[in-house]
Design a protein around this ligand. Structure first.
Ligand SMILES: Nc1nc2c(ncn2[C@@H]2O[C@H](COP(=O)(O)OP(=O)(O)OP(=O)(O)O)[C@@H](O)[C@H]2O)c(=O)[nH]1
Ligand SMILES: [Ca+2]
Length: 510
C-alpha cells in the first residue's frame, strides 16, 4: 500500500469490517501486528503525540493527543492536549474553490507544530477524517469531493508530521469511534478491583451508549440487552481488552441539525405559494432570507424540488414551540417499520439500554439552555425551558446574548425543539429513561467525539486481548523484598526461641 493512500479500500485498518456470517456484519478490532510497519510508524511508538482532523460539515477541528512513554494498562491514558478550530467553513464548503480547502488548515497545523516538541514532529501521525458534509458532496459532485480531498492531502503532506491519510469515514465508523471514545475516556473497557469482579459475573460489560448530533448527520450507538439479527448492517462486533461487545449503531444522513432545518424549510416551501413564510421555530421578530435556487442542490432537500415563481424566500419567526414541534415531527416517518421495532424512516432500533453520553450539538444546545446540570432535568422541565426560550422576542434574545454568533443564537429554539423531537419521537426516549441521557462536552481534558476512538484504533492502542499483568514497579519490588526479609527474620527468631528456650522460661521462673 502506498503510504497515505486516501482510498478507503486500500487503507490499512486495525478495525476490520468483515461479514462473518450471513447475519452478522462485524467491525472487529483485531491485534494488528503489522499495522505499524504498514503505516510507517516507529516500533517504539509509545510515548508521543497524534493529530486527528475532524473535517465536519460545519467546520474542521484539529485535535492533538498525547500519551505516556510506558504502555499503561489502564484506559484513559491518551489525552487531548490541544484543539484548534479551523477558520471558515467545513472542507465540503470549498466545492467551488477546491484548491483552497487544504490551505484553510495551515493555521491549525502551525498551532500543532508549536505544541508538539520539534524532535517528535516527524514521527507524529496525522489523520484527517471527513464526515457527513463530504458524504453529501460525494453524492452531489464526486469530482469536487475528490479534488477537495486531494487539496487537503497536499497540505497535510507538506506539514512536518507523518501523514497517514485523509478520507471520508462512513456513518457506521463515526458512530463506532464515538462510542469507543466515550467508553475509553470513562474507563469502561478496562476495570480493576471490585468493578472488574462484578462485571466478570455478567456476560456483557456495562458501557455507555453514544449520541452524536452533527450539522449534517446524527449517530446513535449502544449495546442492546438482546441482539437480534434483523438488521445486520446495524450490528457491530468488537473485541476489546479480551471482552466481546455487540454494538448497535446507525447514522442518519441529513438528520444533523443544520440539514434537518434545511429539510424542514424545504417541506414548508412545498405548502407556500408566497415568497414569504412564517416559521414557528424562529423567535418572533427574527427575519432571514434564503436563496431558493441553491436550496435544492443539496441531496437532503432535492426530493422536495419544484419550480417556484420567486428566487428568494423571506422567513419571519413566530416563536411558537408547540407548532415548531409539530412541524419538525413531519421529518420522522413513523408509519412503516419492517422490523420488530424502529426509530424512524423504517430503520431498525432495538430497545434502548443503559446510560447515554450525548455530545457535539446535543451538548452545545443543551449547555446554552442551561440544561446540562449533574442533577438531570426531567423531560417536562427540558420541554418547558425550550418553550420559554422560543417564546422570547428576538430583539430581547439578541440583546442578552450579544456576544454569541447570530447563526448559533437564532437557531437555538429550532435546535432545542429538534433535539427533543429526535430523542423523544425519533428514538422514543421516555420520561423514565430520559434521565439516563448525560449531555457532555468533555470527559477530563478530551472532547467527546469520534476522533480519539479513530486514532486509538489506527495506532493499535486498544488491544483485542487483555495485556498480561504489568511487571512490578521498582518501588513494589523493594517493598516486597523488605516484607519477605521481615517474614524470614521473624520465622528464624521464632524457631530459635522454640529450640533454645531461655533458662528462666525452662525453669518456670516468674
Ligand atoms: N452553539 C454552538 N454550536 C456549535 C459549536 N460548534 C459547532 N456548532 C454547531 O453545532 C452543529 C454541530 O456541530 P459539529 O458537531 O461540529 O458538526 P460537524 O462535525 O460539523 O457536522 P457532521 O459532519 O454532521 O458531524 C453545527 O450546526 C454547528 O454549526 C459551538 O461551539 N457552539
Ligand atoms: Ca461531527
Amino acid at each position: 500500500m502506498k503510504k497515505g493512500d486516501s482510498s478507503a479500500d486500500s487503507w490499512s485498518f486495525s478495525v476490520v469490517i468483515e461479514t462473518k456470517t450471513e447475519l452478522w456484519k462485524k467491525l472487529v478490532l483485531v491485534p494488528c501486528k503489522h499495522c505499524l510497519e504498514h503505516r510507517n510508524m516507529p516500533e517504539d511508538f509509545w510515548g508521543g503525540y497524534g493529530i486527528v482532523l475532524d473535517a465536519g460539515s460545519s467546520h474542521t477541528n484539529l485535535y492533538v493527543y498525547e500519551w505516556p512513554a510506558e504502555k499503561e494498562n489502564d484506559t484513559g491514558v491518551v489525552q487531548q492536549v490541544e484543539v484548534c478550530k479551523v477558520e471558515g467553513p467545513g472542507i465540503s464548503g470549498y466545492s467551488q474553490t477546491t484548491e483552497k480547502a487544504g490551505p484553510s488548515l495551515v493555521q491549525c497545523l502551525r498551532q500543532a507544530e508549536g505544541v508538539i516538541p520539534l524532535k517528535q514532529h516527524q514521527e507524529t501521525p496525522v489523520y484527517l477524517g471527513a464526515t457527513a458534509g463530504m458524504r453529501l458532496l460525494r453524492l452531489e459532485n464526486k469530482d469536487a469531493a475528490e479534488k477537495v480531498l486531494s487539496s487537503v492531502e497536499k497540505t497535510l503532506r507538506s506539514a512536518p508530521f507523518n501523514f497517514q491519510g485523509a478520507r471520508i469515514i462512513s456513518g457506521q465508523e463515526e458512530g463506532a469511534y464515538g462510542w469507543i471514545t466515550i467508553n475509553y475516556l470513562l474507563g469502561n473497557f478496562k476495570q480493576s478491583g471490585w468493578k472488574k469482579f462484578l462485571h466478570s459475573l455478567k456476560s456483557v460489560s456495562e458501557t455507555s451508549g453514544a449520541l452524536d448530533l452533527g450539522g449534517a448527520s446524527t449517530q446513535i450507538t449502544f449495546v442492546p440487552d438482546e441482539i437480534s439479527s434483523e438488521s445486520p448492517q446495524n450490528l457491530l462486533y468488537f473485541r476489546l481488552y479480551g471482552k466481546d461487545y455487540r454494538v448497535y449503531t446507525h447514522s442518519f444522513l441529513c438528520y444533523g441539525k443544520d440539514q434537518a432545518l434545511q429539510q424542514k424549510l424545504a417541506r414548508d416551501l412545498q405548502s407556500t405559494e408566497n415568497s414569504s413564510l412564517f416559521d414557528p421555530c424562529f423567535h418572533q421578530g427574527y427575519q432571514r432570507t434564503i436563496s431558493v435556487s441553491n436550496f435544492f442542490k443539496n441531496p437532503c432537500t432535492s426530493v422536495e424540488k419544484k419550480q417556484f415563481p420567486f428566487s428568494q424566500l423571506h422567513i419571519e419567526g413566530e416563536g411558537n414551540y408547540e407548532k415548531c414541534r409539530r412541524n419538525i415531527q413531519n421529518l420522522f416517518n413513523k408509519t412503516d417499520c419492517p422490523y420488530s421495532s424502529c426509530s424512524f424512516n423504517g430503520i431498525y432500533l432495538p430497545p434502548l439500554q443503559g446510560d447515554f453520553g450525548a455530545f457535539s450539538a446535543f451538548y452545545f444546545v443543551m449547555n446554552f439552555l442551561n440544561l446540562t446540570s449533574d442533577d438531570p432535568f426531567t423531560l417536562d422541565e427540558v420541554a418547558s425551558a425550550i418553550k420559554k426560550f422560543c417564546a422570547r422576542p428576538w430583539h430581547e434574545v439578541k440583546l442578552q446574548y450579544h456576544q454569541i454568533k447570530e447563526k448559533y443564537l437564532s437557531e437555538y429554539c429550532f435546535s432545542g425543539a429538534y433535539i427533543l423531537s429526535l430523542l423523544e419521537n425519533g428514538y422514543e426516549f421516555t420520561t423514565e429513561n430520559w434521565k439516563r441521557i448525560h449531555f457532555l462536552g468533555k470527559i477530563g481534558s478530551s472532547d467527546a467525539g469520534w476522533t480519539l476512538g479513530y486514532m486509538l484504533n489506527l495506532t493499535n492502542m486498544i488491544p483485542a486481548e487483555e495485556p498480561p499483568a504489568p511487571p512490578l514497579s521498582y518501588g513494589s519490588y523493594v517493598g516486597l523484598m523488605v516484607l519477605c526479609s521481615l517474614v524470614l527474620v521473624s520465622v528464624i527468631l521464632l524457631a530459635w526461641l522454640l529450640f533454645h528456650k531461655p533458662k528462666c522460661l525452662q525453669k518456670g521462673v516468674v
